[in-house]
Design a protein around this ligand. Structure first.
Ligand code: DAH
Length: 333
Protein backbone atom coordinates (compact mmCIF):
# COMPACT_ATOMS: atom_id res chain seq x y z
CA UNK A 1 0.00 0.00 0.00
CA UNK A 2 2.95 2.28 0.50
CA UNK A 3 3.20 2.58 -3.28
CA UNK A 4 -0.32 3.98 -3.59
CA UNK A 5 0.41 6.44 -0.82
CA UNK A 6 3.65 7.55 -2.41
CA UNK A 7 1.99 7.72 -5.79
CA UNK A 8 -0.79 10.00 -4.50
CA UNK A 9 1.63 12.17 -2.57
CA UNK A 10 3.80 12.73 -5.58
CA UNK A 11 0.77 13.43 -7.78
CA UNK A 12 -0.44 16.07 -5.34
CA UNK A 13 2.97 17.68 -5.03
CA UNK A 14 3.38 17.67 -8.77
CA UNK A 15 -0.09 19.15 -9.25
CA UNK A 16 0.66 21.93 -6.79
CA UNK A 17 3.85 22.87 -8.56
CA UNK A 18 2.30 22.76 -12.02
CA UNK A 19 -0.70 24.83 -10.95
CA UNK A 20 1.42 27.41 -9.13
CA UNK A 21 3.59 27.88 -12.20
CA UNK A 22 0.58 28.18 -14.48
CA UNK A 23 -1.09 30.73 -12.20
CA UNK A 24 2.09 32.78 -12.00
CA UNK A 25 2.36 32.90 -15.77
CA UNK A 26 -1.26 33.91 -16.43
CA UNK A 27 -1.81 37.32 -17.94
CA UNK A 28 -5.61 37.61 -18.19
CA UNK A 29 -8.57 37.10 -15.88
CA UNK A 30 -10.13 34.72 -18.40
CA UNK A 31 -7.08 32.49 -18.41
CA UNK A 32 -7.04 32.57 -14.63
CA UNK A 33 -10.63 31.39 -14.45
CA UNK A 34 -9.78 28.55 -16.84
CA UNK A 35 -6.99 27.49 -14.50
CA UNK A 36 -9.29 27.54 -11.48
CA UNK A 37 -11.65 25.21 -13.31
CA UNK A 38 -8.82 23.02 -14.53
CA UNK A 39 -7.23 22.47 -11.10
CA UNK A 40 -9.88 23.11 -8.47
CA UNK A 41 -13.12 22.60 -10.41
CA UNK A 42 -15.52 19.75 -9.74
CA UNK A 43 -13.96 17.63 -12.45
CA UNK A 44 -10.58 19.29 -12.02
CA UNK A 45 -7.17 17.70 -11.46
CA UNK A 46 -7.41 17.77 -7.67
CA UNK A 47 -10.72 15.91 -7.62
CA UNK A 48 -9.31 13.34 -10.01
CA UNK A 49 -6.30 12.67 -7.79
CA UNK A 50 -8.53 12.35 -4.75
CA UNK A 51 -10.65 9.85 -6.68
CA UNK A 52 -7.72 7.47 -6.20
CA UNK A 53 -8.03 7.63 -2.38
CA UNK A 54 -10.33 4.61 -2.39
CA UNK A 55 -7.33 2.39 -2.98
CA UNK A 56 -5.60 3.73 0.16
CA UNK A 57 -5.35 2.10 3.52
CA UNK A 58 -7.79 3.71 5.91
CA UNK A 59 -4.84 4.71 8.11
CA UNK A 60 -3.16 6.57 5.27
CA UNK A 61 -6.20 8.54 4.31
CA UNK A 62 -5.89 11.38 6.88
CA UNK A 63 -2.38 12.06 5.67
CA UNK A 64 -3.40 12.37 2.03
CA UNK A 65 -6.57 14.27 3.03
CA UNK A 66 -4.46 16.81 4.91
CA UNK A 67 -2.06 17.18 2.01
CA UNK A 68 -4.94 17.61 -0.46
CA UNK A 69 -6.44 20.35 1.72
CA UNK A 70 -3.15 22.10 1.92
CA UNK A 71 -2.71 21.96 -1.87
CA UNK A 72 -6.23 23.28 -2.29
CA UNK A 73 -5.64 26.19 0.07
CA UNK A 74 -2.30 27.09 -1.41
CA UNK A 75 -3.79 27.14 -4.92
CA UNK A 76 -6.88 29.04 -3.81
CA UNK A 77 -4.69 31.71 -2.24
CA UNK A 78 -2.52 31.89 -5.34
CA UNK A 79 -5.62 32.29 -7.52
CA UNK A 80 -7.05 35.04 -5.29
CA UNK A 81 -3.84 36.99 -5.21
CA UNK A 82 -3.35 36.71 -8.93
CA UNK A 83 -6.95 37.82 -9.54
CA UNK A 84 -6.42 40.95 -7.46
CA UNK A 85 -3.22 41.77 -9.30
CA UNK A 86 -4.84 41.31 -12.71
CA UNK A 87 -7.92 43.34 -11.77
CA UNK A 88 -5.79 46.18 -10.52
CA UNK A 89 -3.77 46.11 -13.75
CA UNK A 90 -6.95 46.14 -15.79
CA UNK A 91 -8.29 49.21 -14.00
CA UNK A 92 -4.93 50.86 -14.37
CA UNK A 93 -4.93 50.25 -18.13
CA UNK A 94 -8.48 51.51 -18.47
CA UNK A 95 -7.69 54.70 -16.59
CA UNK A 96 -4.66 55.29 -18.78
CA UNK A 97 -6.67 54.69 -21.95
CA UNK A 98 -9.52 56.96 -20.91
CA UNK A 99 -7.41 59.80 -19.72
CA UNK A 100 -8.41 63.08 -21.33
CA UNK A 101 -5.75 65.60 -22.04
CA UNK A 102 -7.61 68.86 -21.67
CA UNK A 103 -4.67 70.77 -23.07
CA UNK A 104 -4.90 69.08 -26.50
CA UNK A 105 -6.29 71.23 -29.35
CA UNK A 106 -9.96 70.41 -30.12
CA UNK A 107 -11.27 68.71 -33.25
CA UNK A 108 -12.51 71.28 -35.76
CA UNK A 109 -16.12 70.63 -36.72
CA UNK A 110 -16.96 72.66 -39.80
CA UNK A 111 -20.29 74.41 -39.48
CA UNK A 112 -22.59 74.72 -42.49
CA UNK A 113 -25.16 77.40 -43.11
CA UNK A 114 -28.35 77.93 -45.01
CA UNK A 115 -28.19 77.88 -48.81
CA UNK A 116 -28.84 81.35 -50.31
CA UNK A 117 -32.00 80.03 -51.99
CA UNK A 118 -33.35 78.72 -48.72
CA UNK A 119 -32.52 81.90 -46.87
CA UNK A 120 -34.23 83.98 -49.57
CA UNK A 121 -37.39 81.85 -49.30
CA UNK A 122 -37.29 82.12 -45.52
CA UNK A 123 -36.89 85.89 -45.69
CA UNK A 124 -39.81 86.23 -48.11
CA UNK A 125 -42.07 84.03 -46.01
CA UNK A 126 -41.13 85.88 -42.82
CA UNK A 127 -42.33 89.12 -44.37
CA UNK A 128 -45.69 87.68 -45.40
CA UNK A 129 -46.16 85.91 -42.07
CA UNK A 130 -45.60 89.33 -40.53
CA UNK A 131 -48.47 90.62 -42.69
CA UNK A 132 -50.78 87.90 -41.37
CA UNK A 133 -50.30 85.28 -44.09
CA UNK A 134 -50.22 81.52 -43.55
CA UNK A 135 -47.66 79.35 -45.33
CA UNK A 136 -48.96 76.41 -47.42
CA UNK A 137 -47.48 73.94 -49.87
CA UNK A 138 -48.73 71.64 -52.59
CA UNK A 139 -47.56 68.72 -54.75
CA UNK A 140 -44.90 69.10 -57.43
CA UNK A 141 -46.57 66.49 -59.60
CA UNK A 142 -49.85 67.93 -60.78
CA UNK A 143 -52.83 67.26 -63.02
CA UNK A 144 -53.73 69.44 -65.96
CA UNK A 145 -56.72 70.60 -63.93
CA UNK A 146 -54.79 72.25 -61.09
CA UNK A 147 -51.91 73.54 -63.17
CA UNK A 148 -53.99 74.91 -66.06
CA UNK A 149 -57.70 74.28 -66.36
CA UNK A 150 -58.94 75.60 -63.00
CA UNK A 151 -56.61 78.58 -63.49
CA UNK A 152 -58.56 79.56 -66.57
CA UNK A 153 -55.98 78.51 -69.16
CA UNK A 154 -57.66 77.97 -72.52
CA UNK A 155 -57.43 74.57 -74.15
CA UNK A 156 -54.87 75.79 -76.68
CA UNK A 157 -52.81 78.02 -74.40
CA UNK A 158 -49.14 77.80 -75.43
CA UNK A 159 -48.01 76.98 -71.88
CA UNK A 160 -49.83 73.67 -72.24
CA UNK A 161 -47.57 72.79 -75.13
CA UNK A 162 -45.17 69.88 -74.78
CA UNK A 163 -42.45 72.38 -75.60
CA UNK A 164 -42.94 74.23 -72.32
CA UNK A 165 -44.35 71.73 -69.88
CA UNK A 166 -42.79 68.48 -68.65
CA UNK A 167 -45.49 65.83 -68.98
CA UNK A 168 -45.17 62.48 -67.27
CA UNK A 169 -45.97 59.20 -69.06
CA UNK A 170 -49.15 58.78 -67.00
CA UNK A 171 -50.59 62.09 -68.26
CA UNK A 172 -49.72 64.05 -65.11
CA UNK A 173 -47.23 66.87 -65.30
CA UNK A 174 -44.59 68.63 -63.22
CA UNK A 175 -46.14 71.89 -62.12
CA UNK A 176 -44.93 74.86 -64.11
CA UNK A 177 -45.80 77.33 -61.36
CA UNK A 178 -47.01 77.44 -57.75
CA UNK A 179 -50.30 78.96 -58.91
CA UNK A 180 -51.68 75.39 -58.91
CA UNK A 181 -51.63 75.50 -55.12
CA UNK A 182 -53.98 78.51 -55.18
CA UNK A 183 -56.71 76.14 -56.39
CA UNK A 184 -55.84 73.38 -53.94
CA UNK A 185 -55.75 75.84 -51.05
CA UNK A 186 -59.08 77.48 -51.94
CA UNK A 187 -60.73 74.09 -52.36
CA UNK A 188 -59.85 73.28 -48.78
CA UNK A 189 -60.33 76.66 -47.09
CA UNK A 190 -63.01 79.31 -46.93
CA UNK A 191 -62.40 83.03 -47.29
CA UNK A 192 -60.95 85.20 -45.90
CA UNK A 193 -57.68 83.82 -47.22
CA UNK A 194 -54.13 85.11 -46.87
CA UNK A 195 -51.62 82.51 -47.96
CA UNK A 196 -47.99 82.38 -49.11
CA UNK A 197 -46.93 79.30 -51.07
CA UNK A 198 -43.26 78.44 -51.69
CA UNK A 199 -42.23 75.57 -53.92
CA UNK A 200 -40.23 73.99 -56.69
CA UNK A 201 -41.42 74.37 -60.28
CA UNK A 202 -40.38 72.76 -63.55
CA UNK A 203 -40.18 73.97 -67.11
CA UNK A 204 -38.80 72.64 -70.33
CA UNK A 205 -36.37 75.52 -70.63
CA UNK A 206 -32.99 75.34 -72.23
CA UNK A 207 -30.66 75.90 -69.34
CA UNK A 208 -28.52 79.03 -69.50
CA UNK A 209 -27.30 81.77 -67.19
CA UNK A 210 -30.85 82.90 -66.39
CA UNK A 211 -32.92 79.75 -66.98
CA UNK A 212 -33.07 76.48 -65.14
CA UNK A 213 -35.44 73.55 -65.74
CA UNK A 214 -36.05 73.44 -62.00
CA UNK A 215 -36.60 76.65 -60.11
CA UNK A 216 -38.50 78.02 -57.14
CA UNK A 217 -41.45 80.33 -56.84
CA UNK A 218 -43.39 81.94 -54.06
CA UNK A 219 -47.07 82.52 -54.69
CA UNK A 220 -49.23 84.98 -52.78
CA UNK A 221 -53.01 84.77 -52.59
CA UNK A 222 -55.54 86.88 -50.72
CA UNK A 223 -59.31 86.45 -51.03
CA UNK A 224 -61.78 88.47 -49.03
CA UNK A 225 -64.80 90.72 -49.33
CA UNK A 226 -63.89 94.07 -50.85
CA UNK A 227 -60.23 93.52 -51.76
CA UNK A 228 -59.09 95.91 -54.49
CA UNK A 229 -56.15 96.50 -56.79
CA UNK A 230 -54.94 99.12 -54.33
CA UNK A 231 -54.65 96.46 -51.63
CA UNK A 232 -52.55 94.41 -54.03
CA UNK A 233 -50.26 97.30 -54.85
CA UNK A 234 -49.90 98.31 -51.20
CA UNK A 235 -49.06 94.77 -50.13
CA UNK A 236 -46.45 94.36 -52.85
CA UNK A 237 -44.90 97.72 -52.07
CA UNK A 238 -44.51 96.86 -48.41
CA UNK A 239 -43.06 93.48 -49.34
CA UNK A 240 -40.63 94.76 -51.98
CA UNK A 241 -39.39 97.58 -49.77
CA UNK A 242 -38.74 95.06 -47.06
CA UNK A 243 -36.62 93.02 -49.48
CA UNK A 244 -34.90 95.66 -51.60
CA UNK A 245 -34.90 98.65 -49.29
CA UNK A 246 -36.48 102.01 -49.98
CA UNK A 247 -37.17 101.55 -53.71
CA UNK A 248 -39.63 102.77 -56.32
CA UNK A 249 -42.00 100.21 -57.80
CA UNK A 250 -44.19 100.33 -60.89
CA UNK A 251 -46.93 98.10 -62.25
CA UNK A 252 -47.21 97.52 -66.00
CA UNK A 253 -50.33 96.03 -67.59
CA UNK A 254 -49.82 92.40 -68.53
CA UNK A 255 -51.76 89.21 -69.03
CA UNK A 256 -52.16 85.99 -67.05
CA UNK A 257 -55.10 83.65 -67.58
CA UNK A 258 -55.86 83.49 -63.84
CA UNK A 259 -55.85 87.22 -63.09
CA UNK A 260 -57.84 90.12 -64.49
CA UNK A 261 -56.53 92.74 -64.61
CA UNK A 262 -52.94 91.50 -64.55
CA UNK A 263 -49.70 93.37 -64.08
CA UNK A 264 -45.97 92.95 -64.15
CA UNK A 265 -44.12 94.52 -61.23
CA UNK A 266 -40.83 96.38 -61.72
CA UNK A 267 -38.51 97.80 -59.10
CA UNK A 268 -36.00 100.59 -59.66
CA UNK A 269 -32.75 98.82 -58.89
CA UNK A 270 -29.33 100.38 -59.40
CA UNK A 271 -30.72 102.91 -61.84
CA UNK A 272 -32.75 100.49 -63.99
CA UNK A 273 -36.29 99.14 -63.98
CA UNK A 274 -36.08 95.47 -63.15
CA UNK A 275 -39.03 93.12 -63.62
CA UNK A 276 -39.50 91.04 -60.47
CA UNK A 277 -42.98 89.53 -60.39
CA UNK A 278 -46.40 88.97 -61.91
CA UNK A 279 -49.62 89.82 -60.16
CA UNK A 280 -53.27 90.66 -60.58
CA UNK A 281 -56.81 90.42 -59.31
CA UNK A 282 -57.99 86.80 -59.19
CA UNK A 283 -60.08 86.11 -62.29
CA UNK A 284 -63.76 85.48 -61.42
CA UNK A 285 -63.54 82.22 -63.37
CA UNK A 286 -60.90 80.98 -60.93
CA UNK A 287 -63.09 81.87 -57.94
CA UNK A 288 -65.98 80.04 -59.59
CA UNK A 289 -63.82 76.97 -60.19
CA UNK A 290 -63.39 76.54 -56.41
CA UNK A 291 -66.98 77.39 -55.60
CA UNK A 292 -66.49 80.93 -54.31
CA UNK A 293 -69.11 83.52 -55.31
CA UNK A 294 -67.29 86.24 -57.32
CA UNK A 295 -70.17 88.62 -56.54
CA UNK A 296 -69.17 88.47 -52.86
CA UNK A 297 -65.44 87.83 -52.94
CA UNK A 298 -62.54 89.37 -54.74
CA UNK A 299 -58.91 88.40 -54.47
CA UNK A 300 -55.43 89.30 -55.53
CA UNK A 301 -52.48 87.09 -56.35
CA UNK A 302 -48.82 87.42 -57.15
CA UNK A 303 -46.01 85.09 -58.02
CA UNK A 304 -42.27 85.36 -58.49
CA UNK A 305 -39.11 83.38 -59.01
CA UNK A 306 -36.93 82.99 -55.93
CA UNK A 307 -33.73 82.49 -57.95
CA UNK A 308 -34.28 85.85 -59.59
CA UNK A 309 -34.64 87.53 -56.21
CA UNK A 310 -31.55 85.82 -54.83
CA UNK A 311 -29.54 86.75 -57.91
CA UNK A 312 -30.53 90.39 -57.72
CA UNK A 313 -29.97 90.61 -53.98
CA UNK A 314 -26.56 88.94 -54.06
CA UNK A 315 -25.45 90.24 -57.47
CA UNK A 316 -25.07 86.81 -59.03
CA UNK A 317 -24.40 86.51 -62.71
CA UNK A 318 -25.44 82.90 -63.31
CA UNK A 319 -28.43 80.96 -61.97
CA UNK A 320 -26.45 77.71 -62.22
CA UNK A 321 -24.26 78.81 -59.35
CA UNK A 322 -27.24 78.20 -57.11
CA UNK A 323 -27.27 74.52 -58.06
CA UNK A 324 -23.62 73.58 -58.54
CA UNK A 325 -22.85 73.18 -54.83
CA UNK A 326 -19.49 74.82 -55.31
CA UNK A 327 -18.38 75.52 -51.76
CA UNK A 328 -16.13 78.38 -52.83
CA UNK A 329 -19.28 80.12 -54.04
CA UNK A 330 -21.60 79.08 -51.22
CA UNK A 331 -19.17 80.06 -48.46
CA UNK A 332 -19.62 83.70 -49.37
CA UNK A 333 -23.09 83.82 -47.86
N1 DAH B 1 -47.71 81.83 -62.35
C1 DAH B 1 -47.01 82.92 -63.01
C2 DAH B 1 -45.76 82.41 -63.65
O1 DAH B 1 -45.32 81.34 -63.34
C3 DAH B 1 -46.65 83.98 -62.02
C4 DAH B 1 -47.85 84.71 -61.53
C5 DAH B 1 -48.32 85.81 -62.21
C6 DAH B 1 -48.49 84.29 -60.39
C7 DAH B 1 -49.42 86.50 -61.77
C8 DAH B 1 -49.59 84.97 -59.92
C9 DAH B 1 -50.04 86.08 -60.63
O2 DAH B 1 -50.25 84.61 -58.83
O3 DAH B 1 -51.11 86.76 -60.18
O4 DAH B 1 -45.18 83.07 -64.46
Amino acid sequence: MATVLNELESQLTHLRQEAQDAIANTTTLEQLEQLRIKYLGKKGSLSQVLGGMGKLDASDRPRIGALANEVKEVLQTALDQKRETLQAAQIEAQLAAEKIDVTMPGVYIPQGHTHPLTSTIERVLDIFVGLGYTVAEGPEMETDYYNFEALNFLEDHPARDMQDTLYLPDGNLLRTHTSSVQIRYMENNDPPIRVAIPGRCYRRDTVDATHSAVFHQVEILAVDEGLTFTDLRGTLKVFLEEIFGDIQIRLRPSFFPFTEPSAEVDVMWRGRWLEVMGCGMVDPNVLKAVGYDPEIYTGFAAGFGVERFAMVLHQMDDIRRLYNSDLRFLRQF
